[in-house]
Design a binder for this molecule. Structure first.
Ligand SMILES: Nc1ncnc2c1ncn2[C@@H]1O[C@H](COP(=O)(O)OP(=O)(O)O)[C@@H](O)[C@H]1O
Ligand code: SF4
Ligand SMILES: [Mg+2]
Length: 324
């Protein structure tokens, strides 16, 4: 951890039992010793196919879910050891944005009142609340008159703007956005991506953005971490990841992006759709059943995460041979 680390997770493990009946219970590993750091003003992307543990990581990092082991720290303090007052500050400072903002908005509350809720909790007087709601609506590109309307009168993109305004009302230091544009039309996605970029530069917010879409993360993030079956397999500055990734899984994800020119020599082979179950994580390198480069060692020896270039780590036995 360095001085500017705002939120960090160390060796996070999270398992789920698939059945309450102990005789039939199976243990599913959603997070397998995941470590992550988000520094002040940094935007970190979490990529990976559906089911790889992204949402679980988001919930653990914002304190909504407890890990089985490992620790989450906010400004260097283990969440479990924060005082009540420090915990209140943590909850306010760490705000979530969801894929479907409609589900987190009260349908009977005018959106101006929804956005003002965190301000009421902070005991801001009514005049101050109105001014702040107007300021937040302006930041997210919503018309001020819209504050008297109800959530069902808005489109998906506008609702996401409302969700973001509500999150900003708490004056957070870090936003954790779980698939913030996945449910939106492509043209609207671009608008929300631009809004997040704008906020990043204007508000000096830290962000953790989760998406199964690497291209979305490439647009917004400073650094991208790629997850596979509950583990981080590669982490790098966004530009380096796209210029020269160092893990066959990342390579396959990049190759699957339509219309993107892949570097010379990179694979154009599609990943098979048969993702192994998190109930039976493959031995050795967990990616080996789908990896076109797998050799004997990959079947039985897990590759460690190794730093191959500044801030660029990869968990592959053949990273150097394959990517230089
Ligand atoms: N509450 C839960 N109970 C049981 N299994 C869960 C629960 N939440 C997530 N999982 C399982 O954990 C794994 C990771 O899920 P999730 O974090 O939602 O992945 P992602 O967001 O990348 O799609 C999946 O196999 C999923 O089925
Ligand atoms: S360790 Fe082996 S199986 Fe895993 S990604 Fe590297 S080459 Fe593929
Ligand atoms: Mg998810």
């Amino acid at each position: 951890m360095n001085d500017t680390t705002l939120l960090s997770g160390t060796n996070l493990v999270k398992t789920f039992r698939t059945s309450q009946r102990s005789s039939a219970a199976q243990v599913l590993t959603a997070l397998d010793r995941v470590s992550i750091q988000v520094t002040v003003g940094e935007t970190v992307g979490i990529a990976g196919e559906s089911g790889c543990g992204k949402s679980t990581l988001a919930k653990v990092m914002c304190g909504l879910m407890e890990p089985d082991s490992g620790e989450v720290s906010y400004r260097g303090g283990n969440l479990k050891q924060l005082s009540r007052e420090e915990h209140t500050i943590f909850r306010r400072s760490t705000q979530m944005i969801f894929q479907d903002p409609f589900s987190s908005l009260n349908p009977r509350l005018r959106i101006g009142d929804s956005i003002a809720e965190p301000l009421q909790i902070a005991d801001i007087p009514p005049d101050g609340q109105r001014a702040e709601v107007a300021r937040l609506m302006n930041i997210v590109g919503l018309n001020r008159e819209a504050s008297n309307r109800f959530p069902d009168e808005f489109s998906g993109g506008q609702r996401q703007r409302i969700g973001i305004a509500r999150a900003l009302a708490a004056r957070p230091e870090i936003l954790i956005a779980d698939e913030p544009v996945s449910s939106l039309d492509i043209s609207i996605q671009a608008q929300i991506i631009n809004l997040l970029l704008q906020m990043k530069s204007d508000l000096n917010l830290s962000m953790m953005i989760i998406s199964h879409n690497l291209l979305v993360l490439h647009h917004i993030c400073d650094r991208i971490m790629v997850m596979y079956l509950g583990a981080i397999v590669e982490s790098a500055p966004a530009a380096s990841l796209f210029r020269r990734c160092r893990h066959p899984y990342t390579e396959a994800l990049i190759a699957a992006i339509p219309g993107l020119a892949t570097p010379a020599g990179a694979t154009t082979e599609r990943l098979s759709d048969d993702i192994p179950s998190a109930l039976a994580i493959p031995s050795g390198c967990r990616f080996h059943p789908r990896c076109r480069h797998a050799e004997d060692i990959c079947h039985h020896t897990p590759p460690p995460l190794v730093e191959y270039a500044p801030n660029h780590t990869s968990a592959c036995h053949f990273s150097t041979q394959l990517y230089g």
